[in-house]
Design a protein around this ligand. Structure first.
Ligand code: SF4
Length: 503
């Protein structure tokens, strides 16, 4: 169990700089490869049992296909911005080192986060937008740790995402706002909020397999991610336990995976599988291949996607070099699936244009050259991307990188993130303003994932929307079973957005 505790007051603000540097620098912090050791049990489990696994790919000879090997990035842009060097700890980190997967140092423990903030933050940061009121470094750090105590998600951030934050104004940075909880920002939850707001557990015939739509299922092989979003819909299961939530862990395990595969194969109406988590970036390459091979070998499965935020939070992994073969494994599965007449895609998750850098552009280009279909899902978040200019810039930035902007989601009604939700009216306005500004096939669908398990509906397809009470009502005629026929689903605007209320 990983608990984040507020460091004792006496230690804040006088932490020794040198020891902090030692703690956070170089390879001393957790790395993705080291954290992969957490799934070593399944590695040996799956590999030991490999000979007992059903033969796959025989008809396509895929086992003989050598995955593409990407060269170390040789054509780096001349005028590249080495943005990570603005972080004092990484001032001397070269481009080659930063892009190397073996250098993917995470900040995830209480001590690492504390040391990082101590060594990165200026003496004061703006508390309000105008900059008239300031917060000292110690006050900001205390705010973060109190936020962690109240949050449903643990904190974990990659060096890439940490480097994209403006640490001179972190309270108002659109990336920090997504991953770093601040107690002073939080407001009381809506009384209708639930931890598992989409009723995923209730719609799971097998643990870690959500079957809601007739033809599609969601397979959750793992419950860890390289970066944890404070607004995660799956906060009931994803990440380490927090002070407020004991997680319904979905650890990788051969028995659980086999039960999921058996269920998928037994349902002829299932044609489409989403492999998510957690984050598929946390699957080892051989496990990614294994899942891909099993799905390709099932006659009923016509298409599947791997859901991973990796391209947004650690794009260097795609560029090869000293990578670990994850992207090569994904491209290999996609190519094999294509030869078998099946479609594979990577569904990623960008929320703000600042998440896109020249590294992202290179990674996206490489995937494009390899024929990998990449689509994006964005979550609409207050203070992050809830204005027309930002959302337009994000959609265009994705489209220019051959990443299809697939969905913009109304933020789900999950706990502790009421300050990040917007009223339904915001998503309606955004769609109305943005439609027509970009080619239709690059225009995302603006949707609400209906609380209670009704699935995704176009936000504008509500049957009623009372802007005074903030209650919108939807039906989902295609989602049936478990007493869902004719069910009316309700979405509730945040209380502080209702007329006459303030935050
Ligand atoms: S990457 Fe996805 S699954 Fe992981 S914390 Fe973020 S929203 Fe949740």
């Amino acid at each position: 169990m990983l608990l984040f505790m507020l460091p004792r007051r006496s230690t804040i603000g006088r932490g020794p700089r040198i020891s902090a540097l030692k703690l956070v620098s170089a390879r001393a912090v957790g790395s993705l490869p080291r954290l992969h050791a957490q799934v070593a049990d399944i590695s040996s489990d799956l590999e030991n049992n490999a000979s007992r696994m059903p033969p796959v790919f025989n008809k396509f000879g895929a086992k003989d296909v050598t995955p593409p090997v990407y060269p170390v990035a040789t054509a780096l842009p001349q005028n590249r911005d080495e943005f990570w060097r603005k972080v004092p700890l990484w001032r001397d980190v070269s481009t080659k080192e930063f892009l190397s997967y073996s250098w993917s140092n995470l900040v995830e423990t209480q001590q690492q986060l504390y040391n990082f903030l101590q060594t990165t933050l200026p003496d004061e940061v703006p508390f309000d937008q105008s900059g008239m009121r300031m917060q000292t470094r110690d006050e900001f750090i205390r705010d973060v740790f109190e936020g962690i105590t109240a949050a449903t998600m643990a904190v974990r951030m990659t060096p890439y995402i940490l480097s994209r934050i403006n640490w001179h104004n972190p309270r108002h940075d659109p990336i920090a706002r997504q991953f770093l909880p601040l107690k002073s920002r939080m407001i009381p939850d809506h009384p209708k909020l639930k931890l598992d707001s989409l009723h995923e557990e209730a719609d799971s015939p097998v643990k870690g397999l959500v079957h809601r739509y007739p033809d599609k299922a969601l397979f959750l092989p793992t419950s860890v991610c390289p970066t944890y979003c404070t607004f995660c819909t799956r906060s009931y299961a994803v990440g380490a336990d927090t002070a407020t939530v004991h997680k319904a862990s979905l650890k990788p395990g051969r028995r659980r995976w086999e039960e999921a595969f058996a269920y998928i194969a037994s349902q002829p109406q299932l044609t489409d599988i989403v492999v998510s988590g957690g984050d598929a970036y946390y699957l080892q390459p051989q496990h990614l291949r294994l899942i891909g091979e099993r799905l390709i070998d099932m006659p009923n499965i016509k298409r599947f996607r791997f859901a991973s935020k990796g391209l947004a939070v650690a794009p260097g992994r795609v560029l090869g070099g000293e990578g670990d073969g994850w992207a090569e494994a994904l491209v290999g599965v996609s190519n094999t699936a294509r030869r078998a007449g099946k479609a594979v895609a990577w569904h990623t998750h960008f929320n703000h244009p600042n998440e896109i850098s020249w590294i992202t552009e290179m990674a996206a280009q490489r995937l494009f050259e390899e024929g990998m279909m990449v689509r994006n899902q964005t979550v609409l978040l207050r203070g992050v991307n809830d204005d027309v200019a930002t959302m337009k810039r994000l959609i265009r930035g994705l489209a220019d990188n051959k990443i299809f902007p697939y969905y913009v989601y109304q933020c789900d009604m999950v706990k502790s993130v009421e300050h990040l939700r917007t009223p339904l009216q915001t998503i309606l306005d955004l769609e109305a303003q943005i439609r027509g500004s970009i080619a239709g096939f690059m225009m995302p669908s603006f949707v609400v994932d209906l609380p209670g398990g009704g699935g995704k509906r176009l936000a504008c397809s509500y049957e009623s929307y009372d802007r005074t009470t903030g209650v919108s009502r939807y039906r989902a005629p295609a989602v049936i079973g478990r007493d869902k026929e004719n069910k009316v689903y309700e979405y509730y605007d945040p209380v502080d957005s209702l007329p006459g209320r303030t935050g």
